[in-house]
Write a protein that binds this ligand. Structure first.
Ligand SMILES: Cc1ncc(COP(=O)(O)O)c(C=O)c1O
Length: 390
């Protein structure tokens, strides 16, 4: 079929999302057990909702804020970055964004020239791949080491650097693998970046969700990296604020005006009502984060236990962070993860996400989310046991 002349090459390069396709198919089937949601199922805490209502009633949210975000909010973010990420920031180094995703896109738009290469340890969050393409860059997927928990392969990353490489972009804790990149590896990654004049763009959406003593480490806390990192954060996961669309990025102050050039044409500013909600989130009790982490840890253990009884079907790495895991399908028909997931949905009524959605290295895997109530995990695994074990 002839390409539609109206559509840009940039858009044509972007493949249809397997995640959205699975969501659409899941809606056609009744009583599905969902392990495909990657968003918090809890509602936003009351104190955050109340603050948004009060700001609205007080007439504070009807206009734009500064492009960079409310000063009051940026001051609170400075404190949080020092306390939780060991990053010494200043309000001039912050841009409040429409979730982490808009921050990542704006950063890529400001940093990447056409055909610049961006290295992505893979499997990775598929949105990152699309963001690089939209910025006219070239994604270079470098496999992680699955057998050791999808950890960074520093040598492979070093080998992948060319004269066209502009940046390395990663998320840790990881969607989809549940990996947490260690402080040691991130220091080594920083060395690669510094030796080759590369930018590092981080997505730290799951920063608070790590388990078994694995710690989240922000590469921007390495003082030598000051000019080489853009760190993107969000309220989406930490405070169950998916729909509020609010996040922020931190980088060297000389880059903020450049990234703001990309932020304004897409956004002007982040939603002001959400900025007030985010301010309340940071100023109020942080108990919800503790509660969410406890639940995810519990749910991870339930899921791993249930997976252990399906040892002939799946092999898995225990997630060290996030609320996602990425088992390998051992069965022959798992080689095509899309077909496998569609069949599992149709025949066992269990919704999962095909690994191929996270880059070619994700093939033969599926992504499971344990950000669901315990009953949902049991419902899905009872069905899978029946389906695979008869
Ligand atoms: C790694 C990662 N980054 C970013 C996001 C979305 O973040 P936000 O809602 O802040 O744009 C998600 C959502 O699933 C994610 O998994």
């Amino acid at each position: 079929m002839k390409e539609d002349w109206r559509i840009s090459e940039r858009a044509l390069q972007i493949q249809k999302s397997a995640i959205h396709e699975m969501t659409r198919l899941s809606k056609e089937i009744e009583d599905v057990a969902f392990l495909s949601w990657a968003k918090p199922t809890s509602d936003t805490p009351e104190y955050i909702k109340e603050a948004a209502i009060t700001a609205t009633k007080n007439g504070l949210v009807g206009g734009y804020s500064e492009n960079a975000g409310l000063l009051e909010l940026r001051k609170e973010i400075v404190k949080k970055l020092k306390r939780d990420n060991n990053i010494d920031a200043d309000v001039s180094q912050l841009l409040v964004t429409i979730g982490a995703v808009e921050g990542l896109s704006a950063a890529l738009m400001a940093l990447v020239n056409p055909d610049d290469e961006v290295i992505l340890p893979s499997p990775t969050y598929s949105t990152h791949i699309r963001q690089v393409i939209l910025a006219s860059g070239k994604p270079v997927l470098v496999p992680t080491i699955e057998e050791e928990g999808f950890i960074l392969d520093i040598d492979a990353i070093r080998d992948a650097v060319t004269s066209k490489t502009k940046a390395i972009m990663y998320c840790s804790p990881s969607n989809p693998t549940g990996a947490v990149f260690s402080e040691k590896h991130l220091h080594q990654l920083a060395d690669v970046a510094l030796e080759n004049d590369l930018m590092v763009i981080t997505d730290e959406a799951y920063e608070y969700f790590t388990y078994d003593g694995h710690k989240h480490f922000s590469i921007a806390s390495i003082p030598e990296m000051k000019r080489n990192v853009v760190s993107c954060f969000t309220f989406t996961k930490s405070y169950a604020m998916t729909g509020w669309r609010i996040g922020y990025l931190q980088t060297d102050e000389t880059l903020i005006p450049q990234i703001t050039k990309a932020h304004i044409p897409f956004a002007i500013c982040a939603p002001v009502v959400s900025q007030y909600a985010a301010l309340a989130a940071l100023q109020g009790s942080q108990d919800c984060i503790v509660k969410f982490r406890e639940h995810y840890l519990f749910a991870r253990d339930v899921m791993c236990k249930r997976l252990d009884t399906l040892g002939s079907v799946f092999e898995y790495q225990k997630p060290r962070g996030s609320y996602l895991m990425f088992p390998k399908i051992l069965l022959k028909d798992g080689k095509d993860s899309t077909m496998f997931c569609k069949k599992l949905l149709k025949e066992a009524k269990v919704s999962t996400t095909p690994g191929i959605a996270f880059g070619p290295t994700g093939e033969s895997h599926l992504r499971l989310s344990f950000c669901v109530p315990e009953e949902m995990i049991h419902k899905a695994f009872d069905r899978m046991e029946m389906y695979f074990m008869g």
